[in-house]
Design a binder for this molecule. Structure first.
Ligand SMILES: Nc1ncnc2c1ncn2[C@@H]1O[C@H](COP(=O)(O)OP(=O)(O)OP(=O)(O)O)[C@@H](O)[C@H]1O
Length: 314
């Protein structure tokens, strides 16, 4: 099947739109934008580029490149300039990602359609390998979802690789911009891309396919595990510590995590790793991290949300 048919088969780029495509100017989002126009029609597609101004003249050149690309494809482009507040703490990539998705969500809500990113199957494998190295736990191996609410990743859903997006752009005569930081070994993600993945492929040329298949199987099996956890809780939001201990370590971990996530409304990866502490708590309270607190009273465990700390007085 050719690329258009494979992406069409995902159902994530419906004909007639509306649809907003996040374009960086790189090969993946350039390929996606072209496919979206082919499948949905130019009038149905709009593009959003976020200019963080982090790379000096290269940032301005990215924005100009996106404007030329969209003009050529007949797509309306909105460019949002965002600037990181001076002295802001925290991870630069995480800040950029948050800014990008926030701008994307606004644009998609305005357009009344989904927001599409150019993530490929290669990005999926790199994400999984990165999380394998940095975030212990089964969920790290599930990778990104092809659809999360209004966010869609059509290339990932169709198992399109980065080599294929480059090939598509070349065949269609579409130029793209290279981000030099992608190869900068100062970034962990670059080391995964430049060193780890090629090493795995040297072990076995089918490595990318194996990782993708493993993630797909684990995602299917995750639904079964969710049902097992629901069965153990039987609709309750608390359970006896003795009962929790009797579930054994694997199911016990999943139950504590579920209780924490139900109580906080957010992901609580650290809760699972605190099962032994919860079992040893006796009557009392224990912060589990990620905004969750375990409270045991009369031998019954419940989870609650940690109240935010009051503002510090100088
Ligand atoms: N400056 C940008 N403006 C608009 N869209 C962008 C920009 N940078 C990246 N994107 C979108 O995000 C997709 C993924 O980009 P990239 O792989 O560089 O980011 P990432 O940090 O790995 O992504 P994520 O954090 O979303 O997993 C691109 O294919 C594109 O759709």
């Amino acid at each position: 099947m050719d690329l258009v048919a494979r992406v069409a088969a995902t159902g994530l780029l419906p004909a007639g739109g509306p649809l907003v495509v996040l374009v960086s100017g790189g090969r993946d989002s350039t390929c996606l934008l072209d496919l979206a126009v082919t499948l949905a029609g130019p009038g149905a597609v709009s593009a959003l580029h976020v200019d963080y101004g982090l790379r000096g003249p290269a940032s301005a050149a990215d924005a100009e490149h996106c404007a030329a690309l969209c003009a050529r494809l007949g797509v309306g482009l909105r460019t949002e300039r965002v600037r990181r507040p001076e002295g802001a703490a925290g991870n630069l990539h995480a800040w950029a990602r948050e800014a990008r998705y926030a701008a994307g969500a606004r644009a998609a809500a305005q357009a009344g359609g989904p927001l599409a990113t150019g993530h490929t199957a290669t990005d999926q494998v790199e994400t999984i390998l990165y999380r394998l190295a940095t975030s212990p736990g089964r969920r790290a191996l599930l990778g990104m979802e092809a659809r999360t609410g209004d966010l869609v990743r059509p290339l990932l859903a169709a198992d399109v690789t980065r080599a294929e997006t480059a090939d598509w752009c070349r065949r269609r005569g579409l130029a793209w911009r290279e981000d030099a930081s992608n190869a900068d070994p100062a970034f962990a993600r670059s080391r995964v891309r430049e060193t780890l993945l090629p090493a795995l492929e040297a072990v076995d040329g089918r490595a990318v396919g194996s990782v993708l298949r493993t993630a797909r199987l684990l995602r299917e099996e995750a639904a079964v595990l969710d049902e097992v956890v629901e069965g153990a809780l039987a609709g309750r939001d608390r359970l006896g510590v003795d009962e929790l201990a009797a579930l054994g370590p694997a199911l016990g971990r999943l139950v504590v995590r579920r209780l924490a996530e139900d109580a906080t409304g957010r992901s609580c990866p650290r809760a699972a790793s605190r099962l032994a502490d919860v079992l040893a708590l006796g009557d009392g309270a224990l912060d589990l991290g990620d905004g969750a607190r375990a409270v045991v009273g009369d031998g019954v465990l419940r989870l609650e949300r940690t109240p935010p700390l009051p503002p510090r007085r100088c």
